[in-house]
Design a protein around this ligand. Structure first.
Ligand SMILES: [Fe+2]
Ligand SMILES: [Fe+2]
Length: 192
């Protein structure tokens, strides 16, 4: 018997998968040392930039319009994301070898994980109920566009991390670039 084709992932599937990856990466960065720690932290910065930007540009605006208490829920999430961005930029400037890095990383990890849990409880289930499956699948394009603008990739060689870091630039510059790409994606959808 032919196997049924796998259901195409929607935006909530991709974001929940990324929440798991983010949690795992925080643990891996915390347990790593030296160049490996730097490379893993690089990947964490990229993944957080991709994830939170796709949410801010496409998912939260939809939630604000569609879910119960949309303004209250979304404003709280945006405040948390703003703080996380600021803390991430601070960690980046500090560098993985700084004596305060691990303590600040642990604090950021805790707040980002709480933030993700709130999205999964207060926001995503309501989006699934109120938005059509077709629309949610289309919105996955925002996450894919953000990923393409700042690919997270493994660092097979130690030397690559310095290069990748150089190309990516600091978190806020990376977020700007991803924002432009996701806004471009959104605009091209409107024109179709
Ligand atoms: Fe978020
Ligand atoms: Fe999230």
């Amino acid at each position: 018997m032919a196997k049924a084709p796998a259901r195409q992932k929607d935006v909530v599937d991709l974001l929940v998968e990324q929440h798991k990856e983010i949690k795992e990466l925080f643990t891996r960065v915390a347990n790593a040392r030296g160049m490996q720690k730097r490379a893993l932290f690089d990947n964490l910065v990229r993944l957080l930039a991709v994830h939170e930007t796709a949410e801010e540009e496409v998912v939260h605006p939809m939630a604000r319009r569609e879910i119960a208490n949309g303004d209250r829920v979304v404003n709280a999430r945006l405040r948390e994301e703003g703080r996380a961005k600021r803390d991430l930029a601070e960690l980046y400037d500090l560098g993985v070898d700084h004596v305060d890095f691990d303590k600040k990383l642990a604090a950021l990890s805790e707040s980002v994980i709480e933030h993700a849990d709130r999205e999964e409880k207060e926001e995503f289930p309501q989006l699934r109920r109120r938005i059509s499956a077709d629309q949610l699948r289309k919105m996955a394009g925002a996450v894919r566009t953000a990923q393409a603008a700042a690919p997270t990739r493994p660092h097979p060689m130690i030397g690559e991390s310095a290069m990748a870091n150089l190309l990516a630039g600091p978190p806020l510059a990376m977020i700007d670039r991803i924002q432009d790409a996701v806004r471009g994606w959104r605009e091209s959808g409107r024109r179709r």
